[in-house]
Write a protein that binds this ligand. Structure first.
Ligand code: IPD
Length: 268
């Protein structure tokens, strides 16, 4: 954890410098409306150097570099050097560095750092989840009408737009509100901190959710795929909340799916 925290803070300092000069960054497109800048690359370089110096044999799954094989088959770092790139490039201070540690296929530790708000989220399997040394616990609300539920909204060229509208319609009708932060790692941390009651998203990547998933679990939350099956980092979707709200989120998602199937005349 110390290695992860030091690396995240160093990368966070690099991001803070770039955030102050965001208008001077070189920005390019990886796909439609999918931006990458030299801030992402600088942060990733810091993380790669720091983590590989501390554990030279461990591999990586990184947003920009992709998979980097290590000699140790058990361990790898799952890293998003800048989660919330679109926010960052618009001067919105909701972005984070996210580092998950996978051991034998399980995430066993996670660190998420939002340098603009000086919020460091940390969890290790069996050791609880913390925000700047304060122990975290998911919210205790028991019914959707009192809940704020977060999600990610598909954007130009990405994701299932009609499917999202079915889902969003249900959550609009059943909850106290939907939020879209624009940084999946922080959505999960906000669930762990009890700020959001639940969160679901389709079309996410392993590096967006690796660290956040263990932070939610260590704060007492439930994390699965959106169909209720066991959470898989590489399945591209996630749903979470406390035990009751997680179940209620899954029910709304199943209802949305059924409504969509019915509208299509029963076809999948
Ligand atoms: C994105 C953010 C966003 C989510 C997208 C992700 P990036 O990550 O986490 O909230 O809705 O699906 O791709 O690209 O800023 O690292």
């Amino acid at each position: 954890l110390n290695v992860m925290i030091q690396a995240a803070m160093k990368a966070g300092r690099a991001l803070t410098r770039d955030f102050g000069e965001v208008q001077n960054l070189q920005v390019s497109l990886k796909g439609p409306a999918d931006f990458v800048s030299n801030a992402d690359r600088r942060s990733e370089e810091v993380l790669y150097q720091e983590l590989s110096r501390a554990r030279p044999d461990w591999g990586f799954v990184m947003e920009e570099r992709g998979v980097v094989e290590g000699r140790d088959p058990e361990h790898r770092w799952i890293v998003d050097p800048l989660d919330g790139t679109t926010n960052f490039l618009h001067g919105i201070p909701i972005f984070a560095v996210s580092i998950g540690l996978e051991r034998a296929g399980q995430v066993v530790a996670g660190v998420v750092f939002n340098p603009a708000m000086d919020e460091l989220y940390v969890a290790e399997r069996g050791g609880g989840a913390f925000l700047n040394d304060r122990r975290l616990r998911v919210a205790a609300r028991r019914a959707l009408p009192e809940c704020v539920i977060a999600t990610g909204i598909p954007f130009m060229g990405h994701g299932d737009h009609p499917g999202f509208l079915y889902e969003a319609r249900n959550f609009m009708a059943e909850t106290a509100g939907i939020r879209r932060l624009g940084a999946a790692a922080l959505d999960l941390c906000y669930v762990a901190a009890g700020r959001f009651d639940g969160y679901w998203e389709n079309g996410i990547k392993a590096w967006d959710v690796a660290a956040g998933s263990i932070i939610v679990r260590e704060a007492g939350g439930f994390v699965t795929s959106t169909d209720g099956s066991a959470f898989d980092l590489f399945s591209g979707n996630v749903a979470c909340g406390n035990e009751l709200i997680h179940k209620a989120v899954l029910e709304q998602l199943a209802k949305a799916n059924a409504a969509r199937r019915a509208a299509r005349g029963g076809s999948a």
